[in-house]
Design a protein around this ligand. Structure first.
Ligand SMILES: N[C@@H](CCC(=O)N[C@@H](CS)C(=O)NCC(=O)O)C(=O)O
Length: 214
């Protein structure tokens, strides 16, 4: 049995979405953020020592990290669907894009949020990340102005990983000058799998992360 631990308004939306895209049979356990602190509740710490979402449990083993979970579900439970394998010409690009959302794009967005939440502080630090955030959004804007998905070969788990990060960018006001990224997000949200994930997992309201914006 596959169990998906889902925290409201969080990255675990990705995994509910992927399960729906793959048509997997899974138990969904919902956890609620503390409305004051936005931190995960104790119930998630009972599943994994980090208390993070997403966490899945399969065959008695708990697994965290969105990228790892995406690869695990596609390959261990879905015969490689929505992933790419070593024999695919775009295997390297797939791995790159799968890693990119959390490894490169998100850290700057998190600094941006913490900067706003803590009422500012280190302007030099934020200045560094402002440049990084803009550069990265332009990089993916340029790509997605030319093709519908991260890989020219079509939709993949990497789009799911990036999709949530872009929803976060949007709530931080970072997509205003990125028409191709807004159109890409609209395409992702129009997918049946995305819609089913919202029906089962609950709505995504990331507005709580809009702190500091006019
Ligand atoms: N790198 C991890 C990040 C996981 C993560 O930070 N999840 C957030 C939700 S978006 C969380 O669990 N926050 C609650 C907390 O830290 O208390 C991944 O990609 O899955």
């Amino acid at each position: 049995m596959l169990t998906v631990h889902h925290l409201n308004n969080s990255r675990s939306h990705r995994i509910v979405w992927l399960c729906e895209e793959l048509g997997l049979d899974y138990e969904l356990v919902k956890h609620q953020r503390n409305p004051e602190t936005q931190r995960a509740p104790e119930s998630l710490l009972g599943v994994h020592p980090l208390g993070k979402a997403p966490t899945i449990v399969h065959g008695g083993r708990a697994i965290v990290e969105s990228e790892a979970i995406i690869e695990y579900l596609c390959n261990a439970l879905a015969g490689g669907r929505l992933s790419r394998g070593v024999r695919d010409a775009d295997y390297g690009e797939y791995l790159q894009w799968l890693a990119y959302a959390e490894g490169t794009l998100f850290p700057g967005l998190l600094v941006d949020l913490v900067y706003a939440w803590t009422g500012g502080g280190n302007d030099a630090l934020m200045g560094f990340f402002d440049v990084e955030i803009a550069k990265n959004h332009q990089y993916i804007e340029d790509l997605l102005a030319q093709q519908d998905h991260l890989l020219a070969s079509g939709f993949s788990g990497a789009d799911i990983n990036l999709g949530w990060a872009l929803e976060f960018s949007e709530c931080r006001g970072r997509l205003k000058n990125s028409p191709a990224l807004r159109a890409y997000l609209a395409r992702l949200r129009a997918r049946d799998g995305y819609r089913r994930a919202i029906e089962r997992g609950g709505p995504q309201d990331l507005s709580v992360f809009s702190a500091g914006l006019a």
